[in-house]
Design a binder for this molecule. Sequence first.
Ligand SMILES: NC(=O)c1ccc[n+]([C@@H]2O[C@H](COP(=O)([O-])OP(=O)(O)OC[C@H]3O[C@@H](n4cnc5c(N)ncnc54)[C@H](OP(=O)(O)O)[C@@H]3O)[C@@H](O)[C@H]2O)c1
Length: 327
Amino acid sequence: MNKVLLLGGTGFVGTHVCEKLARAKLQVTLPTRQLSHAAHVMMLPALTVLQADVHDERSLQQLVQGHDAVINLIAILQGDEQSFEKAHVALAGKLARACSAAGVRRVVHVSALGADARNPDGLPSMYLRSKSRGEQLLRAAAALDLSVIRPSVIFGAEDKFLNVFAAMQQVLPVVPLAGAHAQFQPVWVEDVAEAVVRCLQQSPHPGPIDPTYEACGPDVFSLKQLVQLAGQYSGANHGRGRPVWAIPDALARMQAMLMELLPGEPLLSRDNLDSMKVPNVATGHFPGLQALGIRPAALAAIAPAYLGHLGLRSSLMDKRKTAGRAT
Ligand SMILES: NC(=O)c1ccc[n+]([C@@H]2O[C@H](COP(=O)([O-])OP(=O)(O)OC[C@H]3O[C@@H](n4cnc5c(N)ncnc54)[C@H](OP(=O)(O)O)[C@@H]3O)[C@@H](O)[C@H]2O)c1
């Protein structure tokens, strides 16, 4: 194993995967829709960044040529039926065909907890159904030596999950919360990235069923508990966090619909609410990170260090304001 094609390598997980591949001294090709998206990884050794449209089948086939393996991290969290189909299903099909044409067997595909490749139609959200169909297509490609990783929600210094809830609590007196009772088993981004690299370096799987791993942390939380912890870790309200008010489902859907009407990516869409109907915790039907020799880090061991900076920043601002008033 020497040359790896990394799809979606500029994102949250991808950045950590890039660093680990560089440390493993592998040569990495990273296509991106826009070169500026790769500015933060551009300086890594043995990394070739290029602008490409991976949805164009011919471009994808050219990209795959000459590599020993492909990692696929491309995904979207929000969109309509068509965009989920394009990013999660059609792309998986094109990738399977491109690998077959180029004779590339090793593929590591990051999916999501809650996906169910045996019964996509039974799932409640476009996100989960499309993730499941993407898995199905890759599994159907008999020549592939495939590993699938299904993470729960991922935390880390650059996450758009705990950071957002922590930032909210620096400015809002209370947090109105949709899906408050949804269950999660948050996993550290470094552990997910490590799992990707270990899957890549595993020897070919002998059995008829491609290995699937559930990437989860050691603890289960409700969304409400996670929001409360984000507030506390970030020092909001003198370390107590703000009160969190669970919004009833009907109101939550209305709130999500309004957010979807605003420009830009909504903080929460109706489809996200639908995804939360499936508990985002390990089913136990598949091996966890431990099977890859990874002992997943606890949220409490990692999140206070990076969320604490938010509180520090706002308490310095408070001090500056107070000092300003005193003079
Ligand atoms: N973050 C989580 O909490 C979480 C939880 C469960 C599963 N996952 C899964 O983990 C994987 C990585 O997630 P992430 O959080 O790192 O995602 P991310 O930060 O949003 O990055 C996604 C990457 O995909 C590329 N991309 C996005 N939309 C695209 C499109 N329409 N066409 C082509 N490329 C596109 C982007 O690359 P360019 O902009 O450079 O083109 C970006 O680097 C995904 O499969 C995701 O579903 C994540």
